[in-house]
Design a protein around this ligand. Structure first.
Ligand SMILES: [Zn+2]
Length: 480
């Protein structure tokens, strides 16, 4: 029997607001534990929440960017559960009427178009963080994250492989970043993912028993965790043991590279949802939704098309550049200075990504000024320095953001183009290699190439190759 994998994702993304969802505490990351707290986000009895307007604006923006219907009327609900990092004993979320309804994300993956339907997007508050000290018999709680606004994006089970799921996460991150609704910094936990995965025989309509995997916090881990769980379930199916797959929540243990049982899956009624009595329903004017949709920034798919069309670079290159917003801006800013888009593309996909990778940096860490890259391309074009020397200048610019002129001067990289200087070098080389001249006279044309190599060597790579080559050819022609 042939089986297929069915995957759906639930993605939590922190919204880029200055303050929390129900109080005026800062959302800034990296503060001292419990510095960003007040009686409201600590859930002290008697306090009342006030919904932050920016949360609505950003959630509507996210919804329109993901092609969702926006519900003009929606409301907040209480999701009741006890957990030490949520002092209220309930999470204020949305249950039966979320802010955004059905949407659709399309992308190309391994030569085919993948369509992932969005089931809903709702707004809610984040919980705090438990800190387990390794050698102490207790845990600490940091409530700074408590009340940071989140959107939860729930997809339909439309993904068919772990690699496809990881690619969807990348696409989604791009859309949220370009729409400027979330920073999506996975290492800071501002975008997190839970995944549902099940197996079913190909052709069967009904889904198999699904398992939810929690605690995944990087794209690589999304794929690894799903691959591991997929293997576990497929093996059980293969040997007729599929009844052992229980509907449960499993935790991804990145260190052990395994999914481990966490708890049996709760049903909605376990949470005893009820409408939040302290907040009024949210009414969103259609005019506001239309305006948001009309003013949406350029999305990654449109940008990719425009890069291919206007800059004539391959689709594959464009996809790599636009995958990161900072990189895309750097590319466009450089091209805007009037240099060849294809050459800029080569520098970014070549030296730039290689150096970022080597130094363990992200494109957000680039300090190089696009003006300096444009100028470097220009001086190579004018023959002031060789392409090889250009690589050295680029590496130095990457570290110091100095102007190419300064680096060329400091490192003495300027190409020798002056005829007098070059002629001296060429004559010297001819004088020292009489055998090569004899070889050339005897018809061994490759001797000219050898002499050229000697000139480059004598000039430490700084001889202008076109001029030097012509000079050698001319001199040899006279000798024959
Ligand atoms: Zn607060």
């Amino acid at each position: 029997m042939v089986y297929e994998t069915v995957i759906g994702l639930e993605i939590h993304a922190e919204l880029k607001t200055k303050t929390k969802i129900f109080c005026s505490c800062s959302t800034e990351f990296g503060k001292k534990p419990n510095e960003n707290t007040c009686p409201i986000c600590l859930g002290i009895p008697g306090t009342l929440p006030v919904l932050n307007e920016d949360v609505i604006k950003l959630a509507v923006k996210a919804g329109t960017a993901l092609g969702c219907k926006i519900n003009n009327y929606n409301k907040m609900d209480r999701k009741n559960y006890f957990y030490p990092d949520l002092t209220k004993n309930f999470q204020t979320s949305q249950y039966d009427i979320p802010m955004c309804g059905e949407g659709l994300v399309k992308f190309d993956f391994e030569g085919k178009e993948v369509k992932v339907r969005i089931n809903r997007i709702h707004i809610e508050e984040d919980a705090g963080k438990l800190v387990h000290l390794e050698d102490e018999p207790y845990s600490l709680i940091d409530y700074n994250r408590c009340g940071v606004p989140l959107i939860e994006i729930v997809t339909e089970p439309d993904l068919r492989s772990p690699a496809e799921a990881a690619e969807f996460m990348r696409q989604l991150k791009g859309i949220l970043e370009y729409a400027e609704v979330s920073d999506c910094r996975m290492e800071q936990g501002s975008i997190r993912c839970d995944a549902n995965i099940s197996i079913r025989p190909v052709g069967q309509e009904e889904y198999g028993t699904k398992v939810e995997i929690k605690n995944i916090n990087s794209f690589r881990e999304v794929q690894k965790a799903l691959e591991r769980e997929e293997k576990r379930q497929r093996e059980l199916y293969q040997y007729g043991e599929e009844y052992k797959i229980k509907q449960e929540t499993r935790r991804w243990d990145a260190a052990k590279a395994k999914t481990l049982p966490m708890r049996s899956k709760e049903e909605a009624h376990d949470y005893r949802y009820f409408p939040e009595p302290d907040l009024t329903p949210i009414i969103i004017q259609q005019e506001f939704i239309d305006e948001t949709r009309a003013n949406l920034p350029e999305m990654p798919a449109e940008k990719r098309q425009r890069f291919v069309r206007d800059y004539k670079i391959p689709q594959k290159d464009a996809s790599i550049i636009i995958a990161n917003k900072t990189l895309a801006h750097f590319y466009e800013d450089t091209v805007a200075l009037g240099v060849d888009p294809k050459v800029v593309d080569n520098y970014i996909l070549g030296d730039m990504l290689r150096l970022l990778n080597k130094k363990g940096l992200e494109p957000e860490d680039i300090t190089m000024d696009p003006k300096n890259l444009a100028h470097l391309i220009q001086v190579i074009d004018e023959g002031k320095i060789s392409k090889t020397a250009g690589k050295e200048v680029f590496a130095e610019m990457f570290d110091t953001n100095k102007s190419p002129d300064v680096i060329i001067e400091e490192k003495g990289l300027a190409q020798i183009s002056s005829s007098d200087e070059l002629e001296k070098l060429v004559d010297e080389v001819l004088k020292n290699n009489p055998q090569s001249i004899e070889d050339f006279k005897a018809g061994k044309k490759q001797a000219a190439g050898y002499l050229m190599g000697q000139v480059m060597k004598a000039s430490k790579g700084q001889a202008n190759p076109q001029i030097a080559k012509k000079m050698i050819d001319d001199k040899l022609a006279i000798l024959v």
